[in-house]
Design a protein around this ligand. Structure first.
Ligand code: BGC
Length: 714
């Protein structure tokens, strides 16, 4: 290939495919991720033009609530089959950005406010998709947590927050599933476009995590093509001949090394060769049935007073009201929008399961009213953020009027982002949070209402009482092209639990039609920074059901402020009534680690770690304390180090104590011992202030020796 050919391979041929050049075949990259959006005629990436029919599976907001990697995996395997049928080699997803604010317009495309839950589900998705020979594109790398100003906003984030919250899901997918591509986001991170960020795209992604696939730009995310290539962005999408010419020019002028071009060419070539599965046909009926089954795993039963659900035999007349009963909302707007093969209508699905009951639209005289409601389609989409958490006023009025008229009222919500339940929550008997469940959501909801299936979803994001109670409230969506992640690692439940802010429903909450108990928690260290945990879960109710065992770690060990607790493991167990099962977890060092900015790495501090089993993030039902040896960090000392750091140094501290004691009379020592608060007053002083005429005088040689001692004990 000549230089011109090489450059042309590094941007698309058109909107969705790569350039066939020099014997390298073209590959089609297409959205994603909860179905295949394959456009054959006019192309766009905002969901305007038609795409070929494909099964619309539950979007990520729903899959997040399944807390079940097999749901993500089965969905992705089916999407892969459809991709093969529609001649797509790379399906653009999953989206693994963290839900920083409930207002983010694209939250329906993301799994959770928690990086572990997000990472586990996304890893299952990528593994299953790629096992069928279709490549994945993990997106949007990174810190793309809002739509406001999305193409140029600079996300200002400290490194610990990036490492602990916004990068781990990408890291897990890259290390455990080896995605074909990673998609560079539109936004800047700390002033540098993600698409031309050498630290992000090369140092972290490739050097630290070992990524060997293609970095592809989000559609239109490249600003300076040469800088992007140097930083590690291989493929620009869509096609951009002007930028190809800039690559050629930069090599000819010596600004760009041709070896950089060759490296990206080789990666794109490998991608087009490796991800080329055989064509397949797909069974639309079978996939619709699968979409219904998976959707049933995702809905969350938030409230169920008087056990109003499942619908009992003595309920004779059911009123079905609300706009979404007949025209359901089941996916969000923008580039992920799928043209479904068919759509279940909730009212029709209810009729099928209602037997000889009377179905009406009049809540008056009804034993039970079911209200299908949520924000309008136009309220939630890619491209803009939401203005508020409230349901439209007329929908709230409909809920209240129905609740006044019917004997019992159930609300079924369809929404891509969290909506406020305030103002009507206490007036209704049950709330089923349906999120956006895909094309078979109507059938799945009918199954859940009538007890054909049991709800088993758990909240993957907190439902706050007020928007003002959310951690990013004052810093979202930023101003003048900057958004400061001032809340740091304290987002979602990490914030609500740490600041003791009450919420309507906590992260991890979800009810079902039976009861579970967990007990016999056993915890044992298996090394300095690893542990084995087991717990017994029992179905103590009368019906079959599924329970999500949630393991949180709580600690204040180490020099940084830790969230009150963090999710570190989970699993979903299915049990018949009366049956028990032992669930075991092996916790690795990352379950206990924080990112130490001084050391530039993960660190497990020595100390106590509470292993907590939670019903959800705020209801802990079992706890054991684990002591970990961790890693004692002896930092090199200097005269600028603080007095506290000198005394706290594991080797130098005792030596310093002896030196100081030697300079004091017995009387002075007694006074010092009586005034423990003295150390508190001086511990933040730099050592050179302490070793002054106002403090203590130690021989210069002794001080030099101690500094040397700290250097040799790092
Ligand atoms: C979106 C991506 C999508 C791409 C292609 C962009 O606007 O941010 O998620 O994959 O378009 O449609």
């Amino acid at each position: 290939m000549n230089l011109q050919d090489k450059a042309s391979l590094l941007s698309g041929r058109d909107f969705w495919s790569t350039e066939p050049v020099g014997g390298v075949r073209s590959a089609v990259l297409s959205d994603g991720p909860h179905g295949v959006r394959r456009q054959k005629a006019q192309a766009d990436h905002v969901g305007i033009h038609e795409s070929l029919p494909a099964t619309c599976f539950p979007p990520a907001v729903a899959v997040g609530s399944s807390w079940d990697p097999s749901v993500a995996g089965r969905l992705a395997a089916a999407v892969a089959t459809e991709a093969r049928a529609l001649d797509v080699q790379v399906n653009l997803g999953p989206g693994v950005n963290i839900k920083r604010s409930p207002l983010c317009g694209r939250n329906f495309e993301y799994y959770s406010e928690d990086p572990l839950l997000t990472g586990v589900l996304a890893t299952a998705h990528v593994k299953a998709l790629q096992a069928e020979g279709v490549g994945a594109s993990v997106k949007h790398f990174a810190a793309n947590n809002q739509e406001s100003g999305r193409m140029r906003i600079s996300a200002e984030i400290d490194e610990r927050t990036l490492r602990e919250i916004y990068l781990p899901a990408f890291e897990r997918v890259v290390k455990q599933a080896g995605p074909a591509t990673v998609m560079a986001a539109y936004n800047k991170i700390n002033g540098v476009y993600a698409s031309q960020h050498p630290w992000l795209l090369t140092q972290v992604l490739r050097d630290e995590w070992g990524f060997d696939g293609v970095v592809v730009s989000d559609w239109g995310a490249v600003n300076d093509r040469v800088a992007a290539l140097k930083a590690g962005l291989d493929l620009e999408m869509p096609g951009n001949p002007a930028n190809d010419a800039k690559i050629v020019q930069a090599v000819l002028s010596g600004e760009l090394d041709e070896a950089d071009v060759d490296r990206s060419v080789s990666r794109v070539r490998t991608m087009t060769e490796r991800w080329r599965p055989e064509a397949a046909a797909f069974d639309a009926d079978a996939h619709h049935a699968l979409a219904r089954e998976l959707a049933g795993e995702c809905a969350v039963l938030l409230k169920n007073s008087h056990d109003v659900l499942p619908v009992e035999a003595d309920v004779r007349t059911i009123a079905v009201v609300g706009p979404f009963a007949t025209s359901p909302r089941y996916q969000g707007g923008g580039s992920s929008h799928i043209t479904p093969t068919r759509v279940d209508i909730p009212l029709e699905e209810i009729r099928k399961l209602a037997g000889d009951r009377v179905i009406t639209t009049d809540p008056d005289g009804a034993d039970l009213a079911i209200v299908f409601t949520g924000p309008a389609d136009a309220d939630e989409s890619e491209g803009y953020d939401r203005a508020s958490l409230d349901l439209p006023a007329e929908q709230i009025e409909l809920i209240l009027a129905t609740a006044r008229a019917a004997r019992r009222t159930v609300v079924v919500l369809s929404n891509g982002g969290v909506v406020s339940l305030e103002g009507w929550h206490d007036e209704v008997d049950a709330i089923l949070e349906g999120w956006l469940l895909g094309q078979a959501g109507g059938g799945a909801i009918a199954d859940l209402l009538f007890g054909v299936t049991a709800p088993s979803g758990r909240l993957a994001e907190t439902i706050p009482l007020r928007l003002q109670d959310t951690a990013s409230y004052l810093n979202f969506p930023g101003e003048q092209d900057h958004v400061r992640y001032g809340e740091g690692v304290m987002i979602g439940y990490r914030y609500h639990e740490s600041a003791e802010r009450p919420v309507r429903y906590p992260f991890g909450h979800g009810l079902t039609y039976t009861r579970f108990e967990v007990g016999d928690l056993k915890v044992a260290a298996t090394g300095d920074d690893t542990a084995h945990v087991s717990v017994v879960v029992t179905n103590t109710g009368e019906r079959y059901g599924k329970h999500v065992v949630q393991l949180y770690v709580a600690t204040q060990a180490g020099p940084v402020r830790r969230p009150v607790r963090e999710l570190r493991a989970f699993t979903k167990v299915a049990l018949e009534p009366g049956r028990s099962s032992t669930v075991a977890f092996d916790l690795d060092a990352r379950a206990f680690a924080y990112w130490d900015v001084a050391q530039g790495r993960w660190l497990v501090a020595p100390g106590d770690y509470a292993i907590q089993i939670g019903e959800n993030a705020s209801a802990i039902v079992a706890e054991e304390i684990l002591k970990l040896a961790g890693e004692v960090i002896a930092r090199e000392l200097s005269l600028d180090s603080s007095v506290g750091e000198w005394f706290g140094h594991p080797v130098v501290g005792p030596v310093l104590m002896r030196h100081i004691a030697a300079t004091m009379t017995e009387e002075q020592q007694a006074v010092a011992a009586e005034h423990e608060d003295l150390l508190k007053m001086i511990e933040s002083l730099p050592m050179h202030q302490f070793l002054s005429p106002l403090g203590v005088r130690l021989p210069d040689e002794a001080v030099r020796d101690m500094i040397e001692l700290s250097r040799t004990h790092q």
